[in-house]
Design a protein around this ligand. Sequence first.
Ligand code: ADP
Ligand code: ADP
Ligand code: ZN
Length: 213
Amino acid sequence: MKIIMLGAPGAGKGTQAKMIAEKYSVPHVSTGDIFRANIKNGTELGKQAKEYMDKGQLVPDELTVKILLDRVAQDDCKNGYVLDGFPRTIPQAEVLDEALTKLSESIDYAINVDVPDENIVGRMGGRRACVKCGATYHVKYNAPKVEGVCDACGDKLILRDDDAPETVQKRLDVYHEQTQPLIDYYEKKGVLKTVDGTVDMKDVFAAICEILG
Ligand code: ADP
Ligand code: ADP
Ligand code: ZN
């Protein structure tokens, strides 16, 4: 099963993708997580990506596409995956489609987690992230058992640099301009499914499970 998560920054893509990955036994592939791991490890890719990320801009397609194609070519992606944060532009979606077509494969579901901008800013200020395993928490809506510590792996939780309110607004603008057109793109392909992302995360997940079966 090959699934794409669509939605604004902070809509809950990562939260839902983690749960889907666990239930359907497919890897959770997040380009944001890959970039953050590279930043943490001080790689050249990390240095390049950070310049864009800190400004709330997208990392250029050339850099991003290569990372993603390498990742999904790995063995654990043979039976599918859930992509979180990719594609984010029409050119990225086209490259992915071409690569899949060559393998006689295609995306099964593009799940659009729908949350209006007004709800996003409050969510981001309370988000806490684990760079080691990619888990995300919220101080109010999904607090870790021990403050500042990841339930899943025990690492320290961080407040992301790009979750500052000014940067969140910029990311929302970038989302509407460059990423939202993908909703139409996948609608035309007949794989788009939209769920209400404003309800409790358990209920969002229930709606997604109904779609995936
Ligand atoms: P969020 O889930 O809050 O939207 P992500 O972790 O997906 O955040 O992405 C964080 C940042 O990483 C983005 O703002 C962007 O700079 C960069 N990024 C992640 N995925 C992509 C992508 N597919 N194309 C370009 N930039 C990306
Ligand atoms: P994205 O990957 O789309 O950027 P996340 O999954 O990281 O979004 O969620 C953003 C923040 O909102 C996190 O702090 C997360 O715990 C919280 N969150 C996710 N889903 C919900 C929900 N349905 N209701 C309230 N808060 C949520
Ligand atoms: Zn963790």
